[in-house]
Design a protein around this ligand. Structure first.
Ligand SMILES: Cc1cc2nc3c(=O)[nH]c(=O)nc-3n(C[C@H](O)[C@H](O)[C@H](O)COP(=O)(O)OP(=O)(O)OC[C@H]3O[C@@H](n4cnc5c(N)ncnc54)[C@H](O)[C@@H]3O)c2cc1C
Length: 456
């Protein structure tokens, strides 16, 4: 396994990363990447074990209990994303085995190697997509969706772009998969493979605004900020043993579906924790303001707690109803994972509205740590930010910093759109949820209630 320092050193591998209009010479040292690289390096150090050990977080969970225990473990975003990729490859590998057994074998071999090398990988799926009303084969620019432009004895050459890819600049491998189902005449677009971030022809343009200034004032963004990456593949060679799917259009969506499931199950675990954290913040702020017994504030916090409970219940149900796959790993239940993710994303805005309403204006205007350290203003700020003897002014200010970072900071904006669109927009969850919902059972309940008897 790698240590955090070895991980940082591993990023100097010749990769072509761009930020703010310039090529980045030293990825590990670039200001835009300080937060996510520190988080990822911390993850390496946290899980590090000597000898031939394998990262505990990345091992496929092989029972429902192991899956739940995995969900309870905390990891940085890059390690968590790597887990999602590896599980996706195993799950989709099994699903394509009937038409492409060598793809299943390649996926299993890649996962074993990834665990041995202790690499980090990112989900590289969303294409540029051109005109949304047209399929890949009918686009004016055939590269609007990533495709195979040549096949050789030793592998394929791919061209295209993948957008909004979180943390690609600081990962080792890109899990490239089709963004959607493909038709028979779109075989060149049905490509799934693993590409090293430093492969010749790969350019990674990093986009985003990291928290700036004193990171103590951005307690959430300072730990969780992720730059998004626009990845260009300019005729990139991929050897056959890294190609999982090539042309089997009937399985083009198998990878996206498997990814969607792991992504939504994983983000549901995070959403459940986050919903509880938002409830907790609302309660702490109400107490610090002296308003926790006021009726309308209690009502709002009750609504928030109800929401958080339902998100967690969906998460628990997705774990409890998981299924063991042929590769031995347990798959969370798709119906509950998608319904819960939808609920968490759709109501996130209401949770933030309640939190802001309860907190008051200091959620935006609380002074900074530096203001508190200034001898001319510090004591006075502490005095006026205090509300009662047991509520210290700096303590209350720190709470407001957290509320700001959860609701209205640039990190909060980034996070809100990530909640909504990451892993597919609201509609994607609705479509999968509807497909897995047991309408026959629902209709039978309705027939019974209506005295119509059985359908058969
Ligand atoms: C913060 C963040 C992190 C992300 N991380 C990743 C990542 O790590 N890896 C990755 O691959 N992707 C990632 N994504 C991309 C995410 O999955 C996409 O944003 C999402 O799938 C929507 O695609 P789009 O942004 O291209 O929007 P569009 O496809 O343009 O969609 C916009 C809206 O139009 C609707 N729409 C689009 N086409 C059609 C159509 N033909 N018919 C009907 N409705 C349509 C959509 O449902 C949506 O409501 C991330 C996105 C964000 C914002």
């Amino acid at each position: 396994m790698l240590t955090g320092a070895e991980y940082r050193a591993s990023l100097a591998d010749g990769r072509r990363v761009y930020a703010d209009g310039r090529q980045v010479a030293d990825v590990a040292g670039h200001a835009d990447f300080v937060v996510p690289i520190a988080a990822a390096a911390g993850g390496y150090d946290r899980f590090w074990k000597p000898g031939d050990a394998v990262n505990e977080y990345l091992k496929p969970p092989e029972s429902a209990d192991a899956l739940r225990a995995h969900g309870a473990m905390r990891a940085d975003q890059l390690t968590h994303g790597t887990f999602t990729c590896l599980m996706t490859l195993l799950t989709a590998g099994d699903r394509i085995a009937d038409v492409r057994p060598q793809g299943q074998a390649a996926a299993r071999k890649f996962v074993a190697e990834a665990l041995r090398r202790d690499i980090r990988m990112v989900e590289t799926i969303t294409d540029a997509k051109g005109d949304r009303a047209l399929p890949p084969a009918k686009q004016s620019d055939p590269d609007a969706y990533l495709r195979v432009v040549a096949r050789q004895a030793d592998g394929v050459i791919i061209r295209g772009a993948k957008l909004h890819v979180s943390l690609a600049a600081m990962a080792h491998e890109l899990m490239v998969i089709p963004t959607k189902a493909m038709k028979k005449d779109e075989a060149d677009y049905a490509i799934a493979c693993a590409v090293p971030a430093n492969a010749p022809g790969v350019k990674i343009v990093s986009v985003g605004a990291p928290p700036h200034g004193d990171l103590r004032d951005s307690p959430i963004g300072a730990v969780r900020y992720n730059p998004q990456c626009f990845i260009i593949f300019e005729d990139v060679f991929v050897p056959w043993d890294r190609v999982f799917l090539d042309g089997e259009t009937e399985h083009a969506a198998s990878f996206a579906h498997a990814l969607g499931l792991w992504l939504r199950a994983g983000s549901l675990a995070q959403a459940a924790n986050e919903a509880d954290a938002i409830v907790g913040m609302a309660q702490l702020v109400a107490e610090a303001n002296g308003l926790e017994k006021v009726a309308h504030i209690r009502e709002k916090i009750t609504d928030m707690a109800l929401h958080a409970t339902m998100v967690r219940a969906a998460y628990e149900a997705s774990m409890a109803n998981g299924q063991v796959q042929p590769n031995g790993a347990v798959l969370p239940n798709e119906l509950y994972a998608n319904a819960g993710k939808y609920l968490a994303a759709a109501e996130h805005g209401l949770m933030l509205r309640h939190l802001l309403d309860i907190a008051g204006g200091s959620a935006l205007t609380a002074p900074s740590h530096a203001d508190f350290e200034n001898p001319e203003t510090g004591d006075l700020l502490r005095k006026y930010m205090a509300t009662k003897p047991e509520v210290d002014g700096l303590y209350r200010t720190k709470l407001f910093h957290a509320v700001r970072d959860m609701t209205v900071s640039s990190y909060a904006g980034y996070h809100a759109i990530g909640q909504l669109l990451g892993g597919g927009g609201l509609n994607a969850q609705r479509v999968v949820m509807r497909g897995r919902y047991d309408f026959d059972r629902a209709k039978q309940f309705a027939r019974d209630a209506s005295g119509l008897g059985s359908n058969t």
